[in-house]
Design a protein. Structure first.
Length: 515
């Protein structure tokens, strides 16, 4: 059984010796460089030691330059021992991976690194790491590499991945930004991705990225538990590139990234581009400033696409300025002086009158939506609060319903060719004002729905439905308080209906609740 504790030097007997675990390997290519010293290598299979002179102060990985090929008469599982004459702190650069595309005999190089932190603790002065596990999905070529990539030695300044195609689960190899040490010297991290390869799981607080980092480019990623950002980070004054395909927890956090980078950067280096998923207008000035500094900014600007206070007016106060008209021939519903707060108004719906946008809701460039509204009702029948649809159940639509799958609960439904349905865990039809916030993130699959009641997460997935939703929403009319102006009419009051094309944060939900 491999013992990670073996990786640590423990006195003179093991001084300067590193262990490289491999599994089922016939041909192994080792790539590393040192600062000044040479090495003695033991294959681990009982054969004689031999000397090897590695490259000096060279970042290895892109080619086989300086590498050494080890061959075994049959598949070998065990440890390769490398004695570094000048000690383990002499190791400068390491490359792990499959190199069969360059070396035709190297078809079974398979590392067996089950504890990434312990393995790299051997090399406490390491400068760079390169990983190229191009196994083409063939299990007999796949290595094992498990652990948190933030737990490399603090000395590592450059990290680069070309392919990630490991035998272990994709979630076993991850990057948790929250776990970076404040003393890390990381300057550059690049994770490339080719179709069919594993994407890197990223999670944690991006605000914990080392202050020395100037380049962060993760071209393929999957979601961890969350990816957040704590405002106030001081970025490197020469920070040049930020590319994250997986969005932060909220658009507000993305705004804070732009604001903090703009406040920190004086002279950017490298490609000078920032690619994030979505933001709001709050970062407009920071983005404009970064562009003036030479950055290319690729970030969808999320916004309120419909904002109806319903304060004795049907005027849309969002930037879209949509026209809101009667949903059918029965005319507009009435306003009453019974708002969420004293002195406010609400719209009173009687089940036969409804509203709709006269043109399509401008959401068809987004795969995310948030809906916030105040409701007051005692209704027990199935009713529509809002539905994006040309008639009913349109593909790439969404809907907000009462008393549908569960009695007395509010429901959010996302529909492509199938359904994804979530319900509140608390009753809505109490006859009191209740604030509801509902969000859909199509990038998150079956758990993409969230429901907040009075600012508190109160959501249950309806087990009878599964999701095959993906992509952006359709270009449709939004109907309010009725399905297509014809059925499932809402009976009750409504105030402050807001729809955004991004995921609102808990703070935004609270602010809307207190509006």
């Amino acid at each position: 059984m491999f013992n990670p504790a073996q990786f640590y030097e423990s006195g003179k007997a093991r001084s300067g010796t590193a262990l490289i675990p491999i599994i089922g390997t016939i041909d192994m290519t080792l790539l590393f460089s040192t600062r000044v010293g040479n090495t003695i290598i033991n294959r681990g299979d009982g054969s004689a030691d031999f000397s090897f002179t590695p490259l000096k102060n060279t970042i290895v990985g892109a080619t086989l330059a300086g590498g050494i090929n080890l061959s075994y008469p049959s598949a070998f599982t065990g440890n390769i021992s490398i004695k570094f004459i000048k000690g383990l702190r002499d190791v400068y650069s390491i490359s792990l991976g499959f190199f069969g595309f360059v070396h035709p005999n190297d078809t079974t190089s398979k590392y067996n690194i089950t504890d990434l932190k312990s393995f790299f603790a051997q090399f406490s002065n390491l400068y760079s790491l390169y990983i190229d596990e191009n196994a083409s999905g063939i299990p007999t070529r796949q290595s094992v590499l498990k652990g948190d990539l933030s737990q490399l030695p603090d000395s590592v300044e450059q990290v680069s991945f070309r392919f990630l195609d490991f035998k272990n689960s994709a979630t076993d190899l991850y990057l948790n930004f929250s776990n970076y040490n404040a003393t890390s010297k990381l300057k550059s991290l690049l994770s490339g991705r080719t179709s069919g390869q594993t994407q890197l799981k990223i999670l944690g607080d991006l605000g914990k990225l080392p202050a020395t980092c100037q380049y962060l480019n993760i071209q393929g990623a999957i979601a961890g538990s969350s990816l957040s950002y704590t405002a106030g980070k001081v970025w490197a004054s020469s920070f040049g590139t930020l590319y994250l395909p997986y969005g932060l927890l909220s658009a507000t956090e993305t705004d804070n990234v732009f604001i903090d980078i703009d406040n920190s950067v004086t002279t950017a280096i490298g490609g000078k581009f920032i690619t994030l998923s979505y933001r709001t207008s709050a970062s407009d000035s920071a983005v404009a400033s970064l562009i003036s500094k030479g950055y290319t900014v690729n970030c969808f600007r999320g916004s309120k696409i419909l904002d109806l206070p319903f304060q004795n007016s049907f005027t849309d106060v969002s930037a879209s300025a949509l026209s809101v008209i009667a949903g059918n021939a029965n005319g507009l519903p009435n306003f009453i002086a019974d708002g969420f707060k004293p002195g406010q108004y609400s719209v009173q719906f009687n089940g036969s009158k409804s509203l709709k946008t006269s043109t399509n809701l401008p959401i068809n460039t987004s795969d995310k939506v948030s809906i916030m509204v105040h409701l007051k009702t005692t209704a027990t029948a199935v009713q529509v609060i809002a539905e994006l649809s040309i008639n009913s159940n349109s593909n790439n639509s969404f809907g907000v319903f009462l008393n549908d799958q569960l009695a007395n609960r509010i429901e959010i439904l996302d529909k492509n060719s199938g359904f994804n349905v979530g319900n509140s865990s608390s009753n809505i039809n109490t006859g009191n004002w209740i604030h509801v916030a509902l969000v859909i993130d199509r990038a998150l699959g079956v758990n993409q729905n969230s429901i907040y009641i009075n600012g508190v997460l109160a959501y249950t997935q309806h087990a009878g439905f599964t999701s095959d939703n993906n992509g952006v929403f359709g270009a449709f009319i939004l109907f309010i308080a009725q399905r297509a102006g014809a059925s499932l009419g809402y009976v009750g009051e409504m105030a402050h209906l807001t729809i955004t094309n991004y995921l609102v944060s808990p703070a935004e939900i609270t602010a809307h609740k207190n509006r």
